[in-house]
Ligand binder design. Structure first.
Ligand SMILES: [Zn+2]
Ligand SMILES: [Zn+2]
Length: 423
């Protein structure tokens, strides 16, 4: 399947002309056969992979690995962080003129960062349908302990070869399903922010994503059987989510409070290092947020939700938690002007009925838990080594990892039964 890109580049009903930089996306068996023609234009292509992704793609990619320089990242615990970037910087030839990312999220983030730094293009060969970041223009990196979203470049070509990604370990695929389902709360947060602050919102992007989500939800059982056609639908939906980020120029349509939960745990403020994939953390983040949002919806419906006017920065607890890890300054820097101060209490009060309407479009937490569970995804904090007792403090602190308005952050301005403490 060749993804028809012209529809994403056209003028949009939202009034903007969205632009995407990807030239071609192919999702099919033997998609990597196109690589030969593409890299023939370049003098010194360099491939980036790790030992797992190299092995997983060996059959289809072996001839390229033999013919070109390959940077194989070492070790089993590879992260997109300053340490790995430095490793690549030292080894990447100065005359490399195109990079080929052969891997999943981490390899792509490191590659897109390097491509940006060297001002050269890169080509994406995803080895698993595990994240939505393949075509993203930003790299999710850990920089000196802080999770950051760093401007980078999107690939010029995506060659998603079903013969490679459909055979990835199922845990990776399940993680991709969870990352995708996380769009429900991400899109809700975006809409809510647009309701209360007038933040730009594109209905068409929203619809595109919801459609792709629906298509994947309809074939979750087949994905679990690793049915190729259904796996391609999952890959398409993940890539589409990345395209939505390109169209907006940021990760707004793909990352809301559920991702803040995941990033928060990755920063290891309350917890030790987790042995969990990105999507597995998003999976729990999604369920926690859905549960919490349901409580809010019920409170608004029953008239038990009031604006409390609290918009302060929770300095004391942030110093006690982030501060203990030496990350308080990083939080201040990321947050800049407190985003809650951009919300006028009377506007929020008037917006409650609209927020309720938006919440009614969300899937119910229990239904989502069942779906995820049937699809073999993580649904319980304990599965990723976290105690339930961390739930409340996680929801309280995670909104501070990004300066992005979510309903979770906004809920600090509201009083309702089951509200998270503030102060
Ligand atoms: Zn639009
Ligand atoms: Zn994600």
């Amino acid at each position: 399947m060749k993804v028809e890109l012209s529809r994403f580049n056209a003028s949009c009903s939202c009034g903007r002309k969205h632009e995407i930089s990807v030239k071609n996306i192919i999702i099919e068996a033997q998609a990597v056969r196109y690589l030969k023609g593409i890299i023939a234009e370049y003098h010194n292509p360099v491939f980036l992979c790790d030992s797992n992704t190299k092995k997983a793609s060996q059959e289809s990619m072996g001839e390229y690995f033999e013919a070109y320089k390959v940077l194989e990242l070492e070790g089993s615990d590879i992260h997109a962080d300053d340490r790995q970037v430095e490793w690549v910087q030292k080894r990447l030839p100065s005359d490399a003129d195109v990079l080929v990312a052969v891997g999943s999220g981490t390899i792509h983030d490191i590659t897109r960062y390097m491509a940006q730094e060297r001002s050269i293009p890169f080509i994406s060969v995803p080895t698993a349908a595990s994240v939505d970041g393949f075509v993203s223009t930003v790299a999710a990196m850990t920089w000196q302990g802080m999770k950051r979203t760093i401007p980078a470049v999107a690939p010029v070509y995506v060659l998603a070869d079903t013969d490679i990604f459909a055979f990835a370990p199922y845990r990776l695929t399940a993680s991709g399903i969870s990352d995708l389902m996380g769009k429900y709360t991400a899109l809700l947060d975006w809409r809510v922010s647009s309701i209360v602050t007038g933040e730009f919102f594109c209905e068409q992007i929203n619809q595109l994503e919801l459609e792709a989500l629906g298509e994947v939800e309809a074939v979750l059982d087949k994905i679990r059987m690793q049915d190729k056609e259904s796996m391609e639908k999952l890959m398409y939906a993940l890539i589409l989510s990345g395209l939505a980020m390109q169209m907006m120029g940021n990760s707004r349509p793909a990352s809301g409070a559920e991702h803040h939960v995941a990033h928060f745990w990755e920063m290891e403020i309350l917890n030790d290092k987790l042995d969990a994939l990105h999507g597995e953390k998003v999976s729990i983040g999604l369920l926690l947020c859905l549960e919490h949002y349901e409580r809010l919806k019920q409170a608004i419906t029953s008239g038990q939700c009031r604006v409390n006017g609290h918009s302060g920065f929770e300095t004391e607890i942030l110093m006690q938690t982030f501060g203990k890890k030496g990350l308080y300054e990083g939080v201040l820097e990321e947050n800049g002007q407190n985003i809650l101060e951009t919300v006028r209490p009377e506007v929020l009060d008037n917006a409650l009925p609209l927020i309720k309407e938006a919440l009614e479009e969300l899937p119910e937490a229990e239904q989502m838990r069942e779906k995820l569970s049937l699809a073999g995804c993580v649904t319980d904090m304990k599965e990723i080594g976290l105690q339930d007792s961390l739930k409340e403090l996680t929801l309280r602190l995670c909104p501070y990892v990004r300066r992005r308005l979510t309903l979770l952050r906004l809920s600090k301005m509201l009083d309702y039964p089951g509200a998270i403490p503030i102060g």
